[in-house]
Design a protein around this ligand. Structure first.
Ligand code: SER
Length: 996
């Protein structure tokens, strides 16, 4: 066991000096500044001393990047800037210098630390990355000098403890060493012995397989110091010498073919792990010994039976306990942050990774720390205390229920998994490996951790067939990756690459004027009239390059000077339609999809004839599709408002998708939405539709818009100026300082296309509502004619349910009749479950149908019993206490026949009975029961099999009771067989009565 050594005491600082003489509260003594103070000093240094704009952390759920599981670096949210695809008017594009503290999760995917977490004292799944950025502004000189100033003057880290690395070049890529960077460090006074070149793998940063990248320079810290030269330990995985800051100089873009092209603009992207920095500044040797973790470790100790955390690493029992503390402390931070940002434990992608993280934490809680269930969730308030100031969203959204529910589910599947392993092992041939398929199914479907499977098998002295297991894992990974190949954007004709974008901008090709998308009005008869739009082709895009001409038959992206097409944005699907090239002969080109990229709207078409820059085109959107999208989008705003009205002000939007067919809306809920609440929500929407409120839309400066009280906005990068959509209240009224309009009506930031009056929605029906996870619900709703249709369907089904219910209440004495009713209820239940009908009505009908099914089942059972009792009484009277009865009786079903047999044997325990019952269909049912006295020599199953075989049928059962069936043609023979049943000593020695 090793205790992570402490740094020499002499070097402790009490606090951090802030820029311009501002003072930082002292924590005193050797403790050093708190993590909060370290974070704040970083942000203020760049903001106040170097003119950076402070931005909040992006949520850890990546937006618009399907290749990323979690946000794993500060630069993720700025990728559109590096790629040049950012809209010039968007909020993001307004800043050239930015600073922030970003929540990052590295687990699964390219940067995967999950399995290392807990083993050592510095790996984490969640960490905070402090970063400063220059977007086409300063470069190497200033970036290095600011970093040096902050570390040595503000944080007062002794210079001789710091080492810097730079890119040493790569001959295979034709890249020379980054001497520019080396010289900057030397100029800043870093001794040459502390300025070290490293190859591509250490000093060239790439975000993914393709995209912006460049050489980087890292700053490393020597925890030991004392005048030694630790240059040889840099980048050697030595815990004494750790990287604290990475400064990336984005100057290339890695292309799909693997080559590097210079970027049109140079950027700086830096990232410093807060946890490591705090460790340095608090004179600790382990991140877990800093105040980012100690409160959580203390809370774990209070909730478990294990001894206190001692900071030990190693494999012995006590080391494992310490590892468990670290695993739980790390994982609960990740869980809190992810759940807050809308990633929940689940079955695919990031959600699957989160599920594994949760399960790993639960295991360490229960198995190593011996904590009762609930410990993990109980740590949430402590995490919120530690991180809530920096990330206020945690105080609103951290959810203990999700953790508790998942823990309970996991503990029960753990038990199931254990049983499956036990059973499989019992059935295994000696000296064979544990079957990979079983392990894979435990791992894949039950989420049983692989290391736990290994451990349990090891305890039994068995190994897993690892080769076969890996093959299954590989196949699965291939299947999952099937759709999208890394580095291959879904559609290369509408995704402008960074070079084409830069070329367009350099050549002063103006961004597409897409204001005509809002050019529509209400006609005299209340119909929407859309104006066509005439435009000029500016450029064509195909196979990742811009063209002046594209030949016939080729698919391409068309960039126009103006357009009335809506490109997919803000959850609303893009328009479809067509463009007509004007000329001697007009030619029609269908527009299949539309995308917005860096301010340019790209229309994807197949060039039925050659297209050229300069061609004039007339654009027509598919009006029916557009109108349906507009209706559903306005209805989404009505719904958002109504949900808040009915469920409370804290009901926040979590996601939205508008198509021509339906709208989908995710939101926070405290519990299940009840039938009454669903009805009320629909009613609030109906009222707004009835009022036929005007939908006011206007563009306003973003800062002014954000000040509106009660405004609904999601965490999107809105353009500036931004569009406000307000129902019933003119936008200028909403904007006045004291206006509470946004509290009373729906006011949203939204770039979508909307109806002009709410009456055009006509109707809205919520046709589905379910909890995605605890605390988040998803509704799907339809509007207009579809909503009316849904109500009609609901009405029809309600009438059918009424009719069954009425018939059920009539006195029914026939079993088949009651069975038919029960079948009808079953079928109706299926129809109701799947019909597009109002959800509140579905829930109501489902409650009624459930009760009807129960009534029908009870009635059938009662009638069957009555019939059986009657038949049994007749037979008993006829044979009174005979040892064997073989007879034919009328019975409507096999279950009744079994009941008759059972009644007979109950009342006459010494009797064995075999009954046949011919049915109208030509089938003969058979049931038998053997008296306990005869069981040792006489099996009911054998008896039934012998009899049914005679009737060309089948039978089965136990030695005591059995049943089967056959064909009426063999019935006479079957009765004889029943009587003469071989191997039945009873049948030979006792008298037997057969009724024909
Ligand atoms: N992108 C770099 C990193 O993640 C610097 O921020 O290390």
């Amino acid at each position: 066991l090793v205790r992570a050594p402490q740094a020499p005491r002499g070097r402790c600082r009490g606090a951090l000096p802030l820029p311009r003489g501002a003072s930082l509260p002292r924590r005193g003594g050797a403790a050093g500044p708190s993590a909060g103070q370290v974070r704040a000093a970083f942000l203020r240094f760049f903001e106040e001393r170097h003119g950076h704009r402070r931005l909040p952390s992006a949520p850890v759920r990546p937006r618009g990047d399907p290749r990323l599981l979690f946000v794993n670096a500060g630069m993720n949210q700025f990728k559109p800037i590096f790629l040049g695809t950012v809209h010039p008017r968007s909020e993001l594009a307004q800043h050239r210098r930015v600073v922030n503290s970003q929540k990052c999760v590295r687990a699964g995917g390219k940067h995967n630390d999950l399995d290392d977490v807990g083993r050592d004292t510095y790996h984490h799944t969640f960490f905070e990355m402090l970063g400063n950025w220059s977007f086409g502004d300063y470069f190497k000189e200033e970036a290095c000098s600011m970093a040096w100033e902050l570390l040595t003057e503000v944080y007062e880290i002794p210079r001789d403890r710091l080492y810097v690395t730079y890119f040493g070049g790569d001959a295979s890529l034709g890249l020379s060493a980054d001497e520019e960077c080396r010289d900057v460090w030397l100029r800043l006074g870093v001794p040459a012995s502390h300025v070290l070149p490293f190859p591509l793998k250490d000093n060239f940063w790439e975000m993914g397989d393709t995209g912006p990248c460049g050489p980087c320079t890292e700053i490393h810290y020597d925890h030991v110091g004392g005048g030694r030269n630790a240059a040889a330990l840099v980048n050697q995985g030595n815990p004494d010498v750790v990287e604290i800051w990475n400064l990336v100089f984005m100057q290339y873009s890695r292309e799909v073919e693997g080559n590097l092209l210079p970027l049109p603009q140079h950027h700086v992207d830096t990232g410093m792990g807060l946890e490591r920095l705090v460790t340095v500044l608090q004179n600790k040797r382990s991140n877990y010994d800093t105040d980012l973790f100690t409160p959580i470790l203390d809370a774990i100790h209070k909730g478990c039976r294990a001894p206190r955390y001692q900071g030990l690493v190693g494999d012995a029992d006590v080391g494992r306990v310490n590892m468990a503390y670290r695993v739980v402390a790390d994982h609960v931070r990740t869980l809190c942050v992810c759940i807050t940002d809308g990633i929940y434990p689940g079955f695919t992608g990031a959600e699957l990774v989160l599920r594994r993280i949760l399960r790993r934490a639960v295991r360490f809680c229960s198995e190593v720390l011996q904590a009762p269930p609930g410990l993990l969730a109980s740590l949430v308030p402590t995490v919120v205390e530690v991180l809530g100031d920096a990330y206020p969203e945690l105080t609103r959204n951290a959810n203990q229920d999700i953790i508790n529910d998942n823990e309970a589910a996991f503990l029960s599947s753990l038990e199931r998994g254990r049983r499956i392993i036990e059973r499989t092992v019992q059935q295994m041939e000696p000296s064979t490996n544990f079957p990979a398929e079983v392990a894979w199914s435990l791992y894949g479907s039950l989420g049983f951790p692989l290391d736990l499977i290994d451990l349990m098998l090891e305890e039994k002295g068995i190994s897993l067939d690892s080769a076969a297991f890996n093959e299954l894992a590989l196949e699965d990974a291939k299947r999952k990756a099937g759709g999208l190949q890394a580095g291959q954007p879904g559609n290369t004709n509408t995704h402008l690459d960074v070079h084409s974008l830069a070329w367009l901008q350099r050549s002063n090709v103006p961004a597409t004027d897409d204001s005509p998308k809002y050019a529509y009005r209400l006609g005299q008869h209340g119909q929407y009239e859309f104006s066509p739009c005439q435009a000029t082709i500016l450029m064509l895009y195909r196979d990742q390059s811009l063209h002046k001409e594209v030949g016939a038959g080729q698919r391409c992206g068309v960039i126009l000077d103006r357009t009335n097409f809506y490109a997919e944005q803000g959850g609303q699907d893009s328009d479809q339609g067509y463009m007509i090239r004007l000329g001697q002969q007009d030619v029609l080109f269908p527009v299949e999809s539309v995308r917005l990229c860096g301010g340019y709207v790209i229309h994807e078409v197949t060039a039925v004839e050659a297209l050229r820059a300069g061609d004039q085109v007339q654009l027509f959107v598919d009006e029916a599709q557009r109108l349906a999208c507009m209706t559903n989008h306005t209805a989404t705003h009505l719904l958002n408002f109504a949900l808040r009205r009915v469920l409370g002000d804290s009901t926040e939007q979590r996601g939205s998708h508008v198509t021509a067919e339906r709208l989908r809306f995710d939101f926070d809920t405290k519990g299940h939405v009840t039938v009454e609440q669903l009805q009320q929500v629909e009613q609030v929407v109906q009222d707004l539709i009835q009022k036929n409120e005007v939908v006011h839309m206007a563009e306003v400066p973003l800062t002014q818009a954000r000040r509106v009280q009660g405004l609904r906005a999601v965490d999107e990068g809105y353009p500036d100026p931004v569009r406000i959509v307000s129902l019933g209240v003119p936008v200028e009224n909403v904007l006045t300082c004291d206006s509470e309009a946004a509290m009373q009506t729906s006011v949203e930031l939204c770039c979508g296309t909307h109806l002009l009056q709410t009456g055009s929605v006509e109707d809205l029906a919520i046709i589905s509502e379910r909890q995605l996870v605890k605390g988040i619900s998803r509704v799907i709703a339809v509007t207009g004619g579809q909503a009316k249709e849904a109500r009609e369907v609901g009405q029809c089904l309600a009438t059918e349910v009424d009719s069954v219910s009425l018939r059920m209440k009539q006195r029914i004495t026939s079993i088949p009749e009651m069975q038919n009713l029960s079948k009808e209820v079953g079928q109706l239940t299926k129809v109701v479950a799947n019909a597009a009908m109002p959800q509140w009505q579905r829930k109501e009908l489902q409650t009624i149908l459930k009760a009807l099914q129960r009534t029908a089942n009870t009635a059938v059972k009662k009638l069957e019993l009555q019939q059986a009792e009657k038949a049994a009484q007749i037979l008993l009277a006829k044979y009174s206490n005979q040892p064997i009865i073989i007879d034919t009786v009328p019975a409507d079903s096999l279950s009744i026949l079994m009941k008759v047999v059972n009644q007979l044997c109950d009342k006459s325990p010494g009797t064995s009975v075999l009954l046949l019952s011919p049915q109208a269909s030509g089938e003969v049912l058979c049931a038998c029961q053997v008296s306990k006295n005869c069981v040792p020599t006489f099996s009911a199953a054998d008896w039934a099999v012998a009899v049914c075989t005679q009737m060309e049928g089948k039978a089965g059962g136990s030695p005591i009771v059995a049943k089967g069936s056959g064909n009426a043609r063999g019935m006479q023979g079957a009765l004889t067989t029943a009587l003469e049943f071989h191997g039945n000593p009873c049948s030979r020695t006792v008298p037997c009565f057969v009724l024909r």
